[in-house]
Design a binder for this molecule. Structure first.
Ligand SMILES: C[S@@+](CC[C@H](N)C(=O)[O-])C[C@H]1O[C@@H](n2cnc3c(N)ncnc32)[C@H](O)[C@@H]1O
Length: 361
């Protein structure tokens, strides 16, 4: 255990903070935040993502974007945007196939929304053959149609947790332990105003101890993307873990060294994430004037896009070891017991567009 000292001292000074404030500090604090300090995806990192497992993931997402872009007449003022690009691997794999498919104009200047200085450096190295432009958020991405890719981005955004206590929904807080070292969970003294955004059956429930999560940051990002797509055209492709409806229960989790750990043990040293509530995001997309397709299981999505054919092509001409490796990597991405059903893909398109590849029944 690496300790919670830096955050504990702060909590003793200023008092308890919400789970969203805790996540923001633990992930993004300038010196001690998880994403500020290191590369969680690199060798010896804490977790592995789909693009780091196989080039097939980025390639298929890149082809999906080419299809969305050409279907909309290949607008010359379009911006390709990636949210949370990690080590730049997804974009590098997508760019290769996009160039080959004649979408060089779209991919030459990718707009990368990234807060971590360490990962920005990794992206610059990986994408040195392109002309990437970095942004802290979507507010200064240029006008025009946006074609947005995001893998495991929404799950990294801060959530609020609410709990039913004494008949009211109250905010879950993080506090310094009153009787010793370290951090502990606490509950707000008053009913929380956030109860108003809970979906109807849940909002009325008064079952003591019931927990609900909301992620205003994800709602904000998805609403921005959907509003832009509604106004100017474009497309969004979000892959993340979660469920169509995360009605109830706590999904906040911490991972360090590929193992689950207590989120309060070592803030800044463990990745924090939560399950994405796609039903809530679908409402945000509709309110912004666009349409969400899916979510569908990642496995089904990749199979429909042709991952089996791509794996066969990659294995062809290689030795037996290579074929086994490609098959194994594909299985990690699509098998129900691995990433195939836990992860979901959802697309955002203008209202007048047909159901896109990967989302047809
Ligand atoms: C779980 S990693 C996923 C990386 C990559 N998409 C992949 O699949 O390998 C989350 C990424 O989002 C970035 N990130 C997290 N919170 C962010 C925020 N609020 N704004 C911009 N980037 C953020 C992280 O630095 C990292 O690049």
């Amino acid at each position: 255990m690496k300790g919670a000292g830096w955050l504990e001292r702060r909590l003793r000074r200023i008092g308890p903070m919400t789970v969203a404030e805790f996540m923001t500090e633990a992930l993004h604090h300038r010196q001690s935040g998880y994403y500020a300090a290191g590369d969680p995806l690199g060798p010896g990192g804490d977790f592995v993502t789909a693009p780091e497992i196989s080039q097939m993931f980025g390639e298929l997402l890149g082809l999906w974007m080419v299809s969305a872009w050409t279907t909309q007449g290949a607008p010359p003022d379009a911006a390709l945007v990636e949210l949370g690009p990690g080590r730049g691997t997804l974009m590098a794999d997508a760019a290769r196939v996009m160039m080959a498919a004649g979408a060089g104009a779209l991919v030459r200047t990718p707009h990368l929304v990234e807060t971590s200085p360490v990962l920005r450096r990794a992206q610059a190295e990986r994408l040195a053959h392109l002309e990437p432009v970095w942004h802290r958020d979507l507010s200064d991405v240029p006008d025009g149609p946006w074609f947005v890719i995001a893998n495991e981005f929404l799950d990294a955004l801060p959530i609020h947790q609410l709990v039913v206590r004494d008949g009211d929904w109250r905010e879950v807080l993080v506090s310094a332990r009153p009787d010793g070292d370290g951090l502990c969970w606490a509950v707000g003294r008053y009913p929380s105003a956030l109860v108003g955004v809970l979906p109807e059956p849940l909002r009325l429930s008064r079952e003591d101890g019931l927990i609900a999560e909301i992620c205003p940051a994800a709602e904000h990002v998805v609403s921005d993307v959907a509003a832009r797509i509604s106004a100017c055209g474009g497309a969004g492709l979000f892959v993340d873990y979660g469920a169509m409806r995360n009605a109830r229960g706590a999904t906040l989790q911490a991972v360090c060294g590929h193992r689950p750990v207590d989120p309060l043990d070592s803030p800044g040293h463990a990745d924090l994430s939560s399950h994405v509530d796609f039903a809530r995001l679908r409402e945000c997309v509709a309110a912004a004037g666009s349409v969400m397709h899916g979510p569908v299981d990642q496995g089904r999505f990749l199979v429909e896009l042709g991952i089996r054919e791509r794996a066969a092509a990659l294995g062809r001409g290689g030795d037996a070891d290579r074929r086994i490796r490609v098959e194994r990597d594909m299985a990690r991405l699509i098998d129900p017991g691995q990433m195939g059903t836990l992860f979901k893909a959802a697309a955002i398109l203008p209202r007048d567009q047909d159901t896109p590849p990967g989302f047809r029944a």
